[in-house]
Design a protein around this ligand. Sequence first.
Ligand code: ZN
Length: 224
Amino acid sequence: MKLSYTILIFVLGMIFSFTGIAQSNEIKIKFIGNCGLHMTDGELNIYSDFPYKSGAFGYMKFDDSEIDSIRENSIFIFTHKHADHYSGKNMRKTLRSKGGKKYGPWNIKKLKQFAESTHDFEIETFKTKHRFSFNHYSYLITWHGKKIFLSGDTESAETIGEIKNMDMAFLPSWIYIDAKEKGIKIDAKKIGLYHLYPNEKITGDIPEKITILQNQKTIIPILY
Ligand SMILES: [Zn+2]
């Protein structure tokens, strides 16, 4: 009698732990290169500032496999159209072979419509400044209640300084430095510093909440 009771508890325990595994409850973010990210909750696939032109302006190259492994019917969100963030050729090839939708400064309204029609997904858009580009946007995504900020190439830290309670903020190192110099607080639990040159070194005391995105294919999980 006692034995079967123990077995029952053991079996129940297994069932519970299996359901625990089945629900991933995580947004998995992969750093591809430059400002290029792949974010997925297992259902929706979002790429930001990818595909770009590999190696453009001396920035990071990426393996062909990154293009080949793009998921079908993904959403592509761009901050602007400079070649280190966007490639018309790679994008056309991807949309032709895998479907999907692309959004950026040229169709912000459509991007907002997409967000409105998508469960548990919101986007706030910020027109931000970037030299040599008239059209640059930064984005704040709220996905499964988690706030993820995508800075792109914007010049100054004022915009990010106004956003409260971010779970993850992706920004280039110059925004981080600009914020420090101006005494602007970046209210984020985690920060990913992206858009480094391939051999750029960041030295000094790096706070624990900062991930230096030097290694391509780095995975950042955000649990929800
Ligand atoms: Zn750039």
